[in-house]
Write a protein that binds this ligand. Structure first.
Ligand SMILES: [Fe+2]
Length: 461
């Protein structure tokens, strides 16, 4: 038996394997590309080390590609003969991995939650819970679970800054912006390399319409994050969103070309961040040229993936934006078969939310704006299930707004835009759209007032 750097028992006799796992957890939380090599080194020292095998399985799952599932199941099979001899904590890791591999995200999260009641300093379990709960869109669970472990942490425990960064994000997603920023900045002070803490503060600025400040907050060079894993592209995506809000489309496109696509490789294309930015630029009236091509070609190879509803909907966006409506319809057919043949969170959300959302996107990209609006409007407040953050899901609100305007559903457009200006009164573009819709509805006094608000709005986009 060994102990990790936070005092948790590890079922291995190898001190070297333990050091590698400690380093793997630290590198993983720090978004370094070296984390999986550390897991490999731990398994080279002790091939039967169950926690290291779980970590291997987790890394495979984080590739979010159906092609890895056989390897994950092989890893689960490898650890099975040893499960009776390991700690309950390590068994719960194995249970979480198994649930995750079968698309049962809620059960995976529950296994990590149960584990954290006994071992609140298990940073790996906390981070995985944070990440995968994020993909179920249950913000309240994010906050509940991070706050439930806080009592076991303080600055004397290695990795405390990461917990502060997670709490910051959980608070932000629950609308507690002042506390979120405080926790996020403290995490950043503890470790200025902590991308999640940087990201949490960026979220606060995004939600509060502080885009000029956000641009300064994320003023990093590409070299600065050269050693970070592809999550950095998501932080660049936030930087591009700040530019978009300020109407600086050229710099947003430059970020796309120089930073966002820099994480793509023959094996991995970061469709979510890239599709999300391109679609927002298009809604803002920007010609994005042939930038969809790479994404649509990649999405065509992932039509039958169904590893995460959030990822699937971005594949659909890429396919339809490029005009591959047949591909998107085939994807929906595959989603239907997947939802019918499987049980668990991913299958349930595919059926309840993902399929109707993708049908709306197909209608939108086919120019059937009225139909798209009819599909999206009733589900607009239930989209959290698809996963991701408020900022990410705002794209679907923007698409809905666009369908209402283009489909001449003016009362709906007015209502959506009223909601939007209330949430982000700093956005000149939103006030102008609101003014135009009010004008079309014959509400000229209100239209004039909205135009005046546009003239003084702090964000030019
Ligand atoms: Fe984000």
């Amino acid at each position: 038996m060994q102990h990790d750097v936070r005092g948790l028992e590890l079922t291995t006799v190898s001190a070297a394997a333990t050091r590698h796992i400690d380093q793997a957890v630290s590198d993983f939380l720090n978004y370094l590309t070296t984390a999986s090599a550390e897991v490999k080194s731990a398994l080279a020292e002790d091939p039967d080390f169950v926690l290291a095998l779980c970590f291997r399985g987790y890394f495979l799952m984080m590739l979010e590609n159906r092609a890895v599932l056989p390897k994950v199941h092989e890893t689960l099979d490898r650890m099975k003969p040893h499960l009776d001899a390991v700690t309950p904590r390590e068994r719960l890791h194995a249970r979480a991995l198994e649930a995750w591999a079968t698309g049962d995200l809620a059960s995976a999260c529950l296994a990590w939650e149960e584990l954290l009641t006994e071992a609140p300093r298990d940073l790996l379990a906390l981070k995985l819970h944070h990440t995968m709960t994020f993909y179920t869109g249950r913000s309240h669970v994010l906050r509940a679970v991070v706050s439930s472990v806080l009592g076991a942490w303080d600055a004397s425990v290695p990795g405390y800054g990461y917990v502060q960064g997670m709490y910051a994000y959980a608070l932000e997603e629950n609308g507690d912006y002042a506390a979120a920023e405080r926790w996020g900045r403290e995490a950043f002070d503890a470790n200025p390399e902590d991308l999640w803490a940087i990201h949490s503060v960026a979220h606060v600025m995004e939600m509060q319409g502080r885009s000029a400040e956000g641009t300064k907050w994320l003023d990093y060079s590409q070299d600065n994050w050269a050693h970070k894993n592809p999550f950095k592209a998501h932080v660049w995506w936030h930087a591009a969103l700040f530019l978009l809000a300020q109407g600086d489309y050229e710099r947003a496109l430059n970020l796309y070309d120089n930073e966002l696509v820099s994480v793509n490789s023959p094996a991995y294309v970061d469709v979510s961040n890239q599709a999300s930015l391109l679609k927002r630029l298009e809604i803002a009236g920007v010609d994005v040229g042939d930038r969809w091509d790479v994404l649509a070609e990649h999405a065509e190879t992932r039509i039958e993936d169904h590893m995460l509803p959030f990822r699937d909907v971005h594949f659909c966006l890429a396919l339809t934006a490029r005009g591959n409506l047949d591909g998107a319809r085939r994807q929906i057919g595959s989603m239907r078969a997947f939802a019918a043949d499987n049980r668990g969170w991913t299958a349930n959300v595919t059926k309840s939310t993902l399929i109707p959302l993708c049908e709306a996107i197909i209608a939108y990209e086919s120019g059937e704006y009225g139909k798209a609006c009819d599909l999206l409007w009733p589900m607009r407040n239930e989209l959290a299930l698809i996963g991701g953050s408020h900022a990410q899901r705002d794209l679907f609100a923007q698409i809905l707004g666009d369908t209402a305007v283009r489909g001449s559903k003016l009362s709906i457009a007015r209502s959506l835009l009223a909601e939007r200006v209330a949430r982000r009164p700093s956005s000149k573009g939103t006030w102008l759209k609101y003014s135009s819709v009010l004008d079309e509805l014959g509400e000229s006094d209100l239209a004039k007032r909205a135009e005046q608000n546009a003239a003084t709005a702090a964000e030019a986009g």
